[in-house]
Ligand binder design. Sequence first.
Ligand code: FES
Length: 147
Amino acid sequence: MSELDQLYREVILDHYRNPRGHGALEPHDAHAEGQNPLCGDEVSIFVRFADDGETIDEIGFEGRGCAISQAATSMLTELVKGRKAEEVAVLPKDELLEEIGIPLTPIRLKCAILGLGVLKVALHRAKGTPLPEEWRTLENELRLADD
Ligand code: FES
């Protein structure tokens, strides 16, 4: 394994062990949860908007599952805080995958984007932001649902 891969792995483990933005937010303006039916792992995301009603001011998550799904959701909270809902609605998954930094198998890929899918659904439901086709498909595959 290259030194860089090793470094990425350490960052992932750190996010898994010390997740950023961990915990439910009460009250919240947007919420959704999703499950990877292949393994039963779950992620719940809560968002609070700033006074403009558009900017993500606080984001929290709860979940259980593999290191990649939980670490990726933790990284996601850092990636989207301070961004507008409409910007996050079209955030390419590659931006998150770049943060993760290591190559992932197709199954691991689903783990990695579970949180992002749940967040997009939460924003879609709260703000009517678009949910691109690929995420609509995932909505069924990943069982993304609110409450
Ligand atoms: Fe279930 Fe990763 S193994 S989300």
